[in-house]
Write a protein that binds this ligand. Sequence first.
Ligand code: SAM
Length: 246
Amino acid sequence: MNGNGELTQALEEQAQAWDARPLLRRLYGAWFERAAAELSQVEGPTIELGSGIGTFKEAYPFIVATDVEPTRWSDAVVDATRLPYEDGSVANLVLVDVFHHLGRPVAFLDEARRVLRAGGRVIIVDPYCSPLSTLAYTRLHHERTDLSAPAFDDDRTVEADPMSSNQARATLVFFRGKAEFDRRWPEFRVARRERFAFLAYPLSGGFSRRPLLPNALYPAIAVIERLLQPLEPALAFRCLVVLERS
Ligand SMILES: C[S@@+](CC[C@H](N)C(=O)[O-])C[C@H]1O[C@@H](n2cnc3c(N)ncnc32)[C@H](O)[C@@H]1O
């Protein structure tokens, strides 16, 4: 997928799914709250990268919504791997479902280290590859999930297209590659690294599959999920990663 027309079309389809699926809105709403609770209070703007259909900004209007191409939901065009901000000027960089779309994650992390103020944060919500979710992602989901890819290498196929991805990227960089991450970016402390979402989210069908869980059953499923929390490393479909700049 290349060019703004195709990104716009993909995002318009996401916007339709968002409007039609109350459970999806509820799940993302909870993830947005989780992400927002981690925002640094240091001085400076909070920039959302890859804002897509603008749902995070809808919930938190004070942020600056940006995307790699012009969209009707974003305030500015910003490529996450070439940030147009001064050194040490930004309070937060928020990426919801964006990190796995970056073909040059090392360039992004270098740029994040450059532009963040001391105490500033990168907040990432992304797919996580547990044994269960890897099975589901590889068998049932249209996006690529390649756990054998080198964690820190550029990926040309992903770079060529804003909606192309490797869903395994956050797992590779922040979980399996944590020691290498710490070695490359000692200025970042991993302030939080959580795995979650293994019942309601897959049953919701996400943006693209048929929902299997009626919205009314969500509270019961949420209780079961909480009880099974110790099993998250084996089951989780999502992760939250918070990096704090020293
Ligand atoms: C799956 S969508 C997620 C959109 C939104 N954050 C959400 O949660 O609905 C991925 C987004 O990442 C953006 N993206 C891809 N490559 C990017 C890059 N290099 N810099 C900034 N955004 C990028 C895409 O344009 C798209 O809006």
